[in-house]
Ligand binder design. Sequence first.
Ligand code: HEC
Ligand code: HEC
Length: 625
Amino acid sequence: MTVRMAAILAAVLSLFTAADAGFAQSQSAGLMNFNSAGDRLACSNRDSGTVTIVRWPEMTVVQEIPVGEHPEGVAWLGQSSLLACCVYGSDEVVVIDAATGQLVRRIEVFDEPYGVVSSRDGQRLYVTLEHPGQVIVLDVATGEQLHSWPVGPHLRGLAITTDEKSLLVTEYLTARVLSVDTRDGQILATWEGGSTDNLCRQVTISPSGNRAYLTHIRSRVTAAHGNGSIFPYVSVLRLTGEGAGTRLRVPMDTIRGTRVTANPWDCDVTPDGKSLCVVFAGTNDMYICRITGDDHVELDYQTGMQLGSNPRGVRCAPDGSAVVVYNALDFELVSFSLRDGRELRRVRVTENPLSEDMLLGKKLFYTALSPMTSRGWISCSSCHPDGDADGRTWQQPEGLRNTQPMAGLAWTHPLHWSADRDEVQDFEHTIRGRLMQGPGLLKGVLPEAMSEPITGRSAELDALAIYTNSHRVPLSPYSKQGLSESARRGREVFNSAETKCAVCHRGPFYTDSQPLGNDRLVRHDVGTGTSDSSELMGPEYDTPTLLGVYRSAPYLHHGRAATLMDVLTTENPNDRHGKTSHLTTSQREDLVEFLKALPWEDPERNREAAALLKITGAAGGGRGE
Ligand code: HEC
Ligand code: HEC
């Protein structure tokens, strides 16, 4: 940052630190937020890599500012015109002056910043890092990281209490909520989720400060079928008063008779504390629920409205007149009157940066409506949110199957642990099958997955494949400065003739799995196929890529290895998965360090990767997810 920029930043902040009026509310991280004066609204645009500032209540765009790859949470700094944004893909928290559109500071963080809130004086930022699961505290004026607290795995949601003494933090893959002391990072209280709770992105505190609300799903992994595996929920936490410390789950698929909704993504409480607005990114609708205050019910369905494509954010205007939703795949904000539900205004916040096919494919991937399903509970994104894994191992008819991340998918065909699909278009079997029970995207007879290709037979299926194949592999945060000494030693072990790791995990994507069509389907029995009695397709499996394994636990097709060390030790008792028994403890640790460092350079830039892509013909057009 230039000296001039630093001076601007200090000046803007000092203007506002003296005044301490207003802003007497708790604050929740979100991809959309109002400023404290209530005359500006900011939202992050994940696909465009920008933040847009909108005038309120006119809903006209003031600025659109490029910030980096996959921005997520935004927070206004106290009462200033400054705004912080977590740039999830670029590992940065950026500070923007919304008045001028200038980017005044970039603060590099370890990995995956998701949620952000500011202290009331705007001097400090609290940020959740999904990986490696930390809350960090940043000093805005200096850009210094003051603290990093290892609160729990996969942190996303974040809110700060009115007295600023504590933060509420959510774990994405368990919906567990922790209260964290803002002075020292100590955990003050925990609200456990249910064993099946999953995908909890945000938490919001009621104006009175006595309740917190969070949206999430439940993934019942023992029943992989369309009407009994994934359910939409709002959890209500009692923060103070009677029942403090307890938690109640409200099912969002029965709150309005038998009408089903999917993928609740965000919620917000109206300023009078009487209603909760919940948006559903799978069924494209919003419910407004009455907060009953009744300890047994907590929420009642009040009214609802149909939204655009993939609503991911909702915020109530501070004056209580309206609610605004962010339709992520329509790239727009829409405001509705809270008095009569009428649509007030609609504004496009960014141009669609995706190709036509990519956008269509992405919409199909995120929707739980027909023709993808007939039941309304599940979309592809319920298990593969933004192309990541859901951290779950599902009981499929063929055995236990851990959800794979989609990073690098275009280069790692064939698909599935058992390599029983050779193109994403084959997921028409998933769409029509018991899991999704949809009418499907293909007309006529659906051939067996491994027989003739169906690419080119349905524009929708091809679009779904283009989006699904578009996920890039993020660089490992563990090798930003290159390979560590330990990782270098681990690389020697990995490449050694004794361990043989590199025999199967080879090439730019660390896999020898071959695309079909050339009679070279390669699968290996590495001794992992006998421990699951429900297994019907083992014991040979497709060699998975090792890129990105630093963040994709649990491991192996059955998800029984909780850590990378387990893959090498407890899950490899007979040296059938490479030879590891002869390694010393420190050699194994080095090997794990090497695995965690993958990839340290962009694998797609490799010439071999380009050649592979030609073989699979799998890459989509347009810009990646
Ligand atoms: C209930 C959760 C769930 C849903 C819903 C779901 N998947 Fe999956 N997906 C999984 C699991 C579990 C695996 C691993 C299965 C296996 O390998 O046999 C997987 C694997 C995949 C893979 C292979 C990844 C690889 O590296 O080989 C692709 C591609 C995929 N899914 C696409 C989709 C698409 C497209 C949809 C929607 C039509 C979808 N999935 C719906 C759970 C789900
Ligand atoms: C004979 C081929 C082969 C060799 C040799 C081999 N692997 Fe594997 N690897 C596989 C296969 C196949 C799987 C999937 C097995 C399963 O899921 O049950 C796998 C899975 C893995 C996984 C889990 C990845 C995930 O996403 O869950 C890791 C990590 C791994 N191997 C590391 C290694 C290391 C380190 C070595 C050397 C000590 C090694 N492998 C040697 C074929 C091999």
